[in-house]
Design a protein around this ligand. Structure first.
Ligand code: ADP
Ligand code: MG
Length: 570
């Protein structure tokens, strides 16, 4: 996983190098100046060479100006590096999520996915920037100051460093507690998000049942858990920071007292002690930084791990290597011995055999839950069959490139999904490069032009999230206009008019008839009156296709269709 993380530095390698070089230069200035101080106190001040003292002052000033410059570069470009890496990951993740099959979304809450794209990746940019800097530079500083400390006085160094093992042990213990905690925090935040998503997208239902209190309580459950985990985490952070500062103060104290003792006994000079105390500070600072970095690392890595998990989900519906494009599709669809189940437990479709000729219109009826929607979602490969084959124009759909296949199939559903945006945007969704003229022609064909023109801003009317500002019939007409633009040779109408009132249904029925002309059409109908005139009706039950024929033939048969029809009209 770390290897994968590191690979994201690759495109920004020069930024990374710049950042690192400047960070090394900062440490170098930090290591040089106590040496100069030591010389100043030990030799130059006692020699009373005033001009040399001032020269050294100017030298140090230059050193600090340079340091400021390096610090600016590290602070600015280092963060740019982090932000760019975060951008790359977010983009990659969104792209990957778009490629995942519908079954993934059936089983995952939207809020959970959103949390991964937004929150989890937030932590990563900080880690990406500070990570290498903290590790390399701190190590460099620790090693550098350590040798300089030894160089000044070995005995003092041994005394001062007796405290270090305790400090390390303490840090390790608390860091491992924090690591577990951060992972749970991320999960908990995702829960808060998905609760929020769910409740907001169902806000109309919430209000109509006046279940606001209930929603608030449920939200509070998640929010409270999040709070508790966060509380625990800040407690660990508090203990860790306090503890580390305590240990580092103790080692400074040891250096001061033992060093003072050695100075009093004349074993070391005052300049040595001053330089020693500065180096001790410089030694402890990166130690503290590493300890704090571990916290950042764990937060970032908890986020990256969740990123990594999603990136590792392989879509199970993908193009074969030598998949073909289909063009000028005439639209013949065949099912051969098709069986399918969503999970291994229950088979939804058993041994389906069905041939629909090009341009033919077929009505699919049957009790609710029989698998009508499922049958039709197999054609665009929203799901893959368990066994058997489906052919379009005689080619197995598994041999066709998915994009090419789906471009040739149009699905109109009962609940229309419109995107936040204008009416024009939503019609254009059918074919993004269509001209204004084509949009209007499509809207006219769908009987939508008239009502659109009556709206205040016409085609520029903003229809709000999910088209909340339109009636069901209007939404459906826009979705049909969209389909006219897409112009697919194969059309699936899945209870497209089921939720509409009679009058809207009548209008839409007409546009649907217009739309299905010359296309292979599957009409899934709940209200049998709407398909009475179909030339061919198939009756799907949980046992497969049980009956087939025209309305009259099926009525005469007095079988399932007859029963269904009777219950609807009595
Ligand atoms: P119909 O459209 O005929 O009413 P469906 O094709 O929607 O029936 O559903 C057929 C069966 O498959 C039902 O038992 C339903 O519960 C189940 N089902 C539908 N969609 C899914 C899904 N995404 N995951 C699991 N089971 C599903
Ligand atoms: Mg259905």
């Amino acid at each position: 996983m770390l290897k994968r993380f590191i690979s994201y530095y690759k495109p920004h390698i020069w930024l990374f190098i710049l950042d690192m070089v400047c960070a090394v230069l900062i440490s170098a200035t930090d290591l040089i100046y106590p040496m100069i101080t030591r010389k100043l106190i030990n030799n130059i001040i006692p020699s009373k060479n005033i001009s040399l003292i001032f020269q050294i002052g100017i030298l140090l000033l230059i050193l600090y100006i340079l340091r400021m410059l390096f610090e600016y570069i590290v602070g600015y470009y280092g963060h740019v590096l982090g932000v760019r890496m975060e951008y790359d990951m977010r983009k990659e993740m969104f792209t990957h999520i778009q490629s995942l099959p519908i079954s993934y979304f059936d089983n995952t809450k939207t809020g959970q996915i959103m949390s991964r794209i937004v929150n989890d990746l937030n932590e990563i940019s900080e880690l990406a920037h500070h990570g290498p800097e903290d590790i390399f530079i701190s190590t460099l500083m620790i090693v550098g100051s350590f040798f300089l400390l030894l160089n000044i006085n070995i005995k003092l160094t041994i005394i001062v460093f007796t405290i270090i093992p305790f400090m390390v042990y303490f840090t390790v213990v608390y860091n491992s507690k924090m690591r577990k905690n951060f992972r749970r925090i991320r999960e908990s935040l995702a829960d808060v998000n998905s609760r929020l998503e769910d409740s907001l997208s169902g806000i109309r239902v919430v209000k109509s049942f006046t279940n606001e209190e209930y929603e608030i309580d449920k939200f509070d459950e998640n929010n409270n858990e999040f709070k508790c985990l966060r509380t625990k985490s800040v407690k660990y952070i508090g203990i860790l920071h306090g503890g580390i500062n305590f240990f580092s103060n103790i080692s400074t104290l040891l250096a001061l007292i033992a060093g003072g003792y050695f100075v009093a006994k004349g074993e070391i000079s005052v300049g040595d002690l001053v330089a020693y105390l500065i180096y001790i500070g410089q030694f402890l600072q990166p130690v503290k930084r590493i300890a704090q970095f571990v916290e950042q690392y764990q937060r970032g890595m908890a986020g990256f791990k969740r990123f990594y998990e999603i990136m590792n989900i392989k879509p199970d519906i993908f193009d074969k290597e030598n998949a073909v494009e289909i063009e000028n599709v005439s639209g013949k669809v065949e099912f051969k011995n098709v069986s399918f189940s969503y999970n291994d437990k229950t088979t939804v479709l058993k041994n389906i055999n069905l041939t629909v000729m090009e341009g033919e219109c077929i009505a699919v009826v049957g009790p609710s839950g029989a698998g009508k929607t499922t049958l039709c979602s197999l054609i665009p490969r929203f799901y893959d069959v368990d066994s058997g084959n489906i052919y379009v124009d005689g080619i197995d759909i598994k041999d066709i490139r998915i994009k090419s296949l789906r471009q040739n199939i149009g699905v109109v559903q009962q609940d229309v999904f419109l995107f936040a945006g204008t009416i024009r945007d939503n019609i254009l969704y059918g074919r993004l490069d269509a001209t204004e003229e084509e949009v209007i022609r499509a809207a006219k064909a769908a009987n939508a032009h008239e009502f659109i023109m009556e709206l205040e801003d016409g085609y520029d009317t903003y229809i709000g999230e999910r088209g909340v500002k339109l009636s069901g019939g209007q939404k459906q007409r826009i979705s049909i206009a969209r389909m006219f633009l897409k112009n697919p040779p194969i059309l699936i109408l899945d209870e497209a008019t089921s939720s509409l009132d009679n009058q809207s249904e009548l209008i839409i029925q007409k546009s649907i008839e217009e739309l299905s002309k010359g296309r292979t059409t599957f009409i899934i109908a709940h209200r049998l009156a709407t398909i009475k005139n179909a030339k061919r009706i198939i009756v799907l039950t949980e046992n497969g296709i049980e009956e087939e024929g025209t309305h009259r033939e099926l009525m005469n048969k007095k079988g399932i269709y007859y029963e269904l029809y009777k219950t609807q009209f009595e």
